[in-house]
Design a binder for this molecule. Structure first.
Ligand SMILES: [Zn+2]
Length: 139
């Protein structure tokens, strides 16, 4: 392994934790199903215990794994979270301060939502894929 390869050695998969408490204390919305706090993915406990939610878990895990890779694209810890916040605030200002629209228009969320049903996406995803969603919004 040469130096360049070493520098870009990433974790292939996030560490999954099921915790209602972490979700509660780190989320503004009560509807939050899961969240990506690199290198972890935190899911509500019902995704492990409730048969109906267990069926939905793979989609949520894929969505949060896309965020995990977005974090890895930016190497510097928390840079993705900072860019996410800036884009969210920008989308608030450009969408009549509607938090629902601002969340769904966020470049990082759009990449995750558009690809959360695609079981092959993580394997074929190119680095910095979220960047095109940034550009597409700035019309
Ligand atoms: Zn998301």
């Amino acid at each position: 392994m040469n130096i360049k390869e070493k520098h870009y050695t990433y974790m292939k998969l996030p560490i999954i934790i099921y915790s209602d408490k972490i979700i509660k204390y780190t989320s503004l919305s009560k509807k939050t199903a899961g969240k990506s706090i690199y290198p972890f993915i935190i899911l509500k406990e019902r995704y492990k215990t409730d048969p109906i939610y267990i069926l939905r878990a793979p989609k949520v895990i894929r969505h949060e794994t896309i965020h995990f890779h977005q974090h890895q694209d930016l190497i510097i810890p928390f840079l993705m979270a900072i860019l996410y916040g800036i884009d969210y605030i920008f989308k608030l200002f450009t969408n009549n301060f509607d938090p629902y629209i601002a969340y769904h228009e966020n470049a990082f969320e759009r990449e995750a939502f558009e690809n959360q049903y695609d079981t092959e996406y993580i394997k074929t995803r190119k680095k910095f894929s979220w960047f095109k969603y940034f550009l597409r919004n700035l019309k």
